[in-house]
Ligand binder design. Structure first.
Ligand code: NAP
Length: 294
C-alpha cells in the first residue's frame, strides 16, 4: 500500500506560514496583500474555485476582492477592467478566472494583464522568465506540485518524470519546472499528450508520474511501475447517488488500483487541489513585496 501525499495538510501548514507573514506586515502598520479575482459568467467549477480562493485569503489575512461579471460581458469591457486593476495601486495582484466565455479572446486578456500583477503566472512574460529560470510568478498548480513533492521529501533529481498532458496551465509548465537546472528539479522529463504512441510503455518507465489529462480514472495499474510516485492533478465531479451530495470527486488516476502499487500517491480530493490555492496566496505575497520585478 502506498504512502498518501497529504496535500491538504501540507497546504494548511503553508497557509499558517503565509498568515504569519501577513500578520507581521499588519503589525508593522503595512497594508496586507490584496488579491482580486475576476469571474465572467457562472461556470460551476470556476465559481467553486473562486469561492475557495476567497476563503483561503480570509484565513490567511490577505484582502480579497471578487468581481463577478455577467456572461454577456464584452471583450472590451473586460479589457477595461484589466486596465483598471493594472493601475489600481491598492491591488497587488489579480487573476482572470479561466475559462472565459467563447466570445472573449482569453490570450488577448492575459496579455493585457500587467506582468507585475499576474499572480497566476500566465502572462507570456512570466512564462518566458520561468522558462529561462529567471524570477517569475510561477503558475499555481505546477508550483504547487513542485512544493508538494519537496515537502514530502520526494526528490526528482536524476529521476524520470513522465507528465501526461501538455496544457499551458499544468502539463507544459510542470515539465519545464521539473527539468530546470535548479533545486527541487533536475529531473529527466517526458511530456506525453493525445498523439503519444505506446503511452503505457512510457508511463511504466516513470519514477514519478504526473497525470493532468482531464479523463477520470485514465491511469490504470498496468500503466504504473511498482514503487512509482503518482501525482493526480485531475478533478472530476462524478454522479454517485450512494453519496449524500449525489456526487463524488475523483481524479485522472484509478486510485484504488494504482495506490496498491505506487510508493506514494496524491489523493483526489486533498492532493494537488489545496496546493494550487496556497500557491496563489504565495504569489500574492510576492507581489505585495514586489520581489519578482524589483
Ligand atoms: P486540458 O487543457 O484539457 O489538457 C489535457 C491534456 O491531456 C492535453 O495536452 C491532451 O493532449 C492530453 N490528453 C487528452 N487525452 C489524452 C490521452 N488519451 N492520452 C494522452 N494525453 C491525452 O487539461 P488541464 O487544464 O491541464 O487539466 C487537466 C485536469 O486537471 C482536469 O481534470 C482539470 O480539471 C484538472 N486541474 C486541476 C487543477 C488542480 O488544482 N488540482 C488545476 C488545473 C486543472 P493534446 O494536447 O494532444 O490535446
Amino acid at each position: 500500500m502506498s504512502r498518501i501525499i497529504d496535500g491538504k495538510a501540507i497546504a494548511a501548514a503553508i497557509k499558517v506560514e503565509i498568515a504569519a507573514e501577513v500578520a507581521a506586515m499588519i503589525d508593522a502598520d503595512l497594508d496586507p496583500p490584496h488579491l482580486a479575482a475576476v469571474i465572467v459568467g457562472e461556470d460551476a467549477a470556476s465559481m467553486t474555485y473562486v469561492a475557495s480562493k476567497e476563503k483561503a485569503c480570509h484565513e490567511s489575512g490577505i484582502t480579497s476582492t471578487v468581481y463577478r461579471l455577467p456572461e454577456s460581458t464584452t471583450e472590451n469591457e473586460l479589457l477595461r477592467i484589466v486596465e483598471f486593476l493594472n493601475s489600481d495601486p491598492e491591488i497587488d495582484g489579480f487573476i482572470i478566472q479561466l475559462p472565459l466565455p467563447a466570445h472573449i479572446n482569453a490570450d488577448k486578456i492575459i496579455e493585457a494583464i500587467d506582468p507585475r500583477k499576474d499572480v497566476d503566472g500566465f502572462h507570456p512574460r512570466n512564462v518566458g522568465r520561468m522558462t529561462l529560470g529567471l524570477p517569475a510568478y510561477l503558475p499555481a498548480t505546477p508550483f504547487g506540485i513542485v512544493e508538494l513533492l519537496k515537502r514530502s521529501n520526494i526528490s526528482v533529481e536524476g529521476k524520470h518524470v513522465v507528465v501526461l498532458g501538455r496544457s499551458n496551465i499544468v502539463g507544459t509548465p510542470v515539465s519545464i519546472l521539473l527539468s530546470r537546472k535548479s533545486a527541487n528539479a533536475n529531473a529527466t522529463v517526458t511530456l506525453c499528450h493525445s498523439k503519444t504512441e505506446n503511452l503505457a510503455d512510457i508511463t511504466r518507465q516513470a519514477d514519478v508520474l504526473i497525470a493532468a489529462i482531464g479523463i477520470p480514472g485514465f491511469v490504470t495499474a498496468d500503466m504504473v511501475r511498482q514503487g512509482a510516485v503518482v501525482v493526480d492533478v485531475g478533478i472530476h465531479r462524478i454522479t454517485d447517488l450512494s453519496q449524500a451530495k449525489g456526487y463524488r470527486i475523483t481524479g485522472d488516476v484509478d486510485y484504488p488500483a494504482v495506490s496498491a502499487i505506487a510508493s506514494a500517491i496524491t489523493p483526489v480530493p486533498g492532493g494537488v487541489g489545496p496546493m494550487t490555492i496556497v500557491s496563489l496566496l504565495h504569489n500574492t505575497l510576492l507581489a505585495r513585496r514586489k520581489e519578482i520585478y524589483t
